[in-house]
Design a protein around this ligand. Structure first.
Ligand SMILES: [Fe+2]
Length: 170
């Protein structure tokens, strides 16, 4: 894992952007690409879940603690969280549509395509707001100790043991 956990979050956002492009591709294709659907499904079940938890459980609380009133971080976090909540709410239906892409059939309905487009739009809006606002503020405000805590929590969530920590190895 990269030394700075904020770099890891930025890398996750790059990956999310690629996944959004794959979802848009599925929404537009005459016949869905099974491989692409499989890749997106795997991402939604694994990395996306971990990423959202990194932010909601660790990054947002650290930011809320460190930021000053002039950062108006609460309203930004509020907006991002409402997009995340919608992403989570749409997930079961999106999963079902993607699972349908894995079996041969008549292709996606108009409603399925609209759902995929809506979902990709919400994921993209969350990452754009975070890249433009939250990550730069986090780089300015989080202390070195905050970053260590964040890195540690993200490593644990990924099943990685910390390289720097000593004495607590299993
Ligand atoms: Fe994010």
């Amino acid at each position: 894992m990269a030394a700075n956990p904020l770099d890891v979050i930025s890398e996750d956002h790059l990956r999310e952007r690629q996944i959004c492009a794959a979802i848009d591709g599925l929404a537009m294709a005459a016949f869905p690409d099974r491989q692409a659907a499989q890749t997106v499904l795997r991402f939604l079940d694994g990395e996306l879940n971990v990423h959202l938890r990194d932010e909601v459980e660790d990054l947002f609380p650290l930011l809320a603690r460190r930021c000053t009133a002039e950062d108006s971080i609460e309203s930004t976090i509020g907006r991002i969280r409402s997009d995340q909540d919608e992403v989570i709410r749409l997930l079961p239906e999106v999963r079902a549509v993607l699972a349908g892409c894995l079996v041969s059939g008549p292709g996606l309905s108009v409603e399925d395509r609209a759902l995929l487009t809506l979902f990709a739009g919400r994921v993209r809006r969350h990452l754009v707001a975070e890249n433009a606002i939250l990550i730069p503020i986090a780089r300015a405000r989080l202390t070195r100790s905050d970053l260590r805590v964040l890195a540690k929590r993200m490593q644990v969530r990924r099943g990685l043991s910390s390289i720097q920590e000593t004495g607590n190895a299993e």
